[in-house]
Design a protein around this ligand. Structure first.
Ligand SMILES: [Ca+2]
Length: 198
C-alpha cells in the first residue's frame, strides 16, 4: 500500500510544479518580481483610459505598468515550471499615450536572456487596445519566465499604460486525462488489495 501512494505522489508532482502564484493579482504583487526604479508597477481596480475604461478581467484587481525614463524596462515577472505542451494564457491591454512607448508580454526559458514576444504594442504603430487574451504554449518541458513590461522608446508627453490580468496555467487535456486514468487505475488496484486483505 505504501508503494501505491508513493507512485501516485510521483505521478502528480509535475502538476503542482506548474502552479502559478497570484496570476490574477488579487494578492497584491505577491509572487511577482518587480523592476520599477523608473516608471511604476501597481495594482489597481480600474484604469480609465482613452477610449477604453479597463475593469478587472478576473477578480477585483489587475496589474498596471507605466513606462519611466527612456529605454528603461519597467516590469513584473514570474517563473514557473511547465511540462511540454502546457498552455499559459492571460489578458493584456494598451492605452496609447502621446510619447512613443512600447508594451510587451514576453517569455524566456530556463533563465535565458532572450525574450520571445507573446504580445506587443507600441504607440507609434498602434491605437489603444482593449483587453485582449494572449496564449503561449510551452514547446518543451522547462522553467519559463513570464514578463509584463513597458518601455519609453523616445520622446516625452503623456505615458502609455499597459494593463494585465488573469494569468493562468491551462491544464493540458492530454496529460490531465493520463493522470486521471493512472489515478483511477490506482483506485482499482487499491480496491483489489482491500478485497485480498479481508
Ligand atoms: Ca485580477
Amino acid at each position: 500500500m505504501k508503494q501505491y501512494w508513493l507512485a501516485a505522489g510521483l505521478v502528480m508532482a509535475p502538476l503542482h510544479a506548474g502552479v502559478l502564484v497570484n496570476g490574477g493579482f488579487e494578492d497584491g504583487l505577491n509572487g511577482w518580481t518587480i523592476n520599477q526604479d523608473s516608471g511604476s508597477v501597481s495594482i489597481v481596480s480600474q484604469y480609465v483610459g482613452n477610449p477604453y475604461t479597463y475593469n478587472p478581467k478576473e477578480g477585483s484587481h489587475f496589474l498596471e505598468i507605466v513606462p519611466g525614463s527612456s529605454r528603461y524596462v519597467v516590469a513584473a515577472q514570474q517563473s514557473v515550471d511547465l511540462s511540454a505542451s502546457t498552455k499559459v494564457s492571460g489578458w493584456a491591454g494598451f492605452n496609447k499615450g502621446t510619447e512613443i512607448d512600447m508594451m510587451e508580454v514576453q517569455v524566456s526559458k530556463d533563465g535565458g536572456a532572450t525574450w520571445d514576444q507573446v504580445q506587443y504594442w507600441d504607440s507609434n504603430a498602434y491605437s489603444s487596445v482593449n483587453w485582449t487574451q494572449w496564449n503561449y504554449t510551452a514547446t518543451t518541458t522547462g522553467n519559463y519566465t513570464f514578463r509584463f513590461m513597458a518601455e519609453n522608446i523616445v520622446g516625452s508627453g503623456s505615458k502609455s499604460v499597459g494593463v494585465f490580468d488573469g494569468v493562468t496555467v491551462v491544464p493540458e487535456p492530454g496529460s490531465a486525462a493520463i493522470v486521471g486514468t493512472i489515478l483511477l487505475g490506482g483506485v482499482l488496484v487499491k480496491r483489489r488489495f482491500s478485497k485480498q486483505n479481508r
